[in-house]
Design a protein around this ligand. Sequence first.
Ligand code: ZN
Length: 402
Amino acid sequence: MLGTFSTTGQATAKSVTVVEGEHLIGEFTGDANGPTLIVFGSVHGNEAGGVIALEKIAGILPGLAAKLRGRVFFLAGNTRAFGRGIRFIDSDLNRHWTIENVARNRPGATPPSKSAEDREQTELLTILNRALKTARAEVYAMDLHSTSADGVPFATVGDTLRNRSFARKFPVTILLGIEEQLDGTILEYLNNRGAVTLGYEGGQHFAEKTIRTHEALVWLALANSGILSPEDYPEIRKHENFLRATTGRPRVVEIRYRHAITAADEFKMEPGFNNFQPVRRGDLLARQKDGEVRAGESGMILMPLYQALGEDGFFLGREIAPFWLRLSGWLRRRSVASLMRFLPGVRVSMREDETLEINTRIARLFPLQIFHLLGFRKRRWQHDKLVVSRRKFDTKSPFPKD
Ligand SMILES: [Zn+2]
């Protein structure tokens, strides 16, 4: 089935067509020994901006092929949901990349699943496996999203030193730690396969400006990954200036709390909250069946939910001072984390790599922030234990040096 999506209500309505199961928008190779950039658009099918931006750039790159010092893959995410203009069909494709799902849906596995997103995953894995196996230098992966409410664009970054240093080349607000709150994102999966990753929320679903910020980000990614020099394509500077003008002061914000909800909670956000708006402890943020929801700590509100569907009511975060960023970089490069296992009440997991189980008493003495500083991420609470694990590729790439 052909799927067409129009950005309606615009003075200059555009439409793009995505064929079910056909994910490759464009593949461009200049120097096959150079770095690889993989960009996904519309992993959520109702977020058309990503695919539209990638189609536009894919129309220009053939003329620049001789100047590319690496490889570029542009991929449409949820092709089946895209045709219907909905977020997903059977399950959220951006929560689908768990170890179990990836194993079940690996290419060639039989019988093929009936779930739309299982199929999407198998198709995407076929392309990703090829791209990763043939990589001869660093691999960068980006995922373009948009939001129901209007707001300043921002990047979501899994907290590894390699991800941070890539993200900080872009004039954007960086949100650290979202991947700790959400299981099975496509970028977390690629992080664990060694890629440097950057997610991006480019603005409101249907706004023309969202497409422009996505485009600007991808052009800048081509430059920041070392694949296309701004000297060879000076337009990149214009895109950078556009991004600078739309996103405000670059800063790094850490997620500290997620307000998880289900339909049964009848969650309703209080009106008037914007992304990154400061809130104080005790402020009334939302109401639900069992009463008022107030801010548990001061900071800023992130991604308040104003649409009907979702599992995240809102998040609370805080800006991280440059000092802490530098300190954590210093600590991680010196492998201080490997000493944590000698603390009383901390045990190395027998079942999972690079994983510690911390009893509640120690977890109270050394709050999660300390483990973050050292490069661990929270996995889950298990009975009376906090389970944290360290990313395999925090400081070192598994791909050959270019
Ligand atoms: Zn999305």
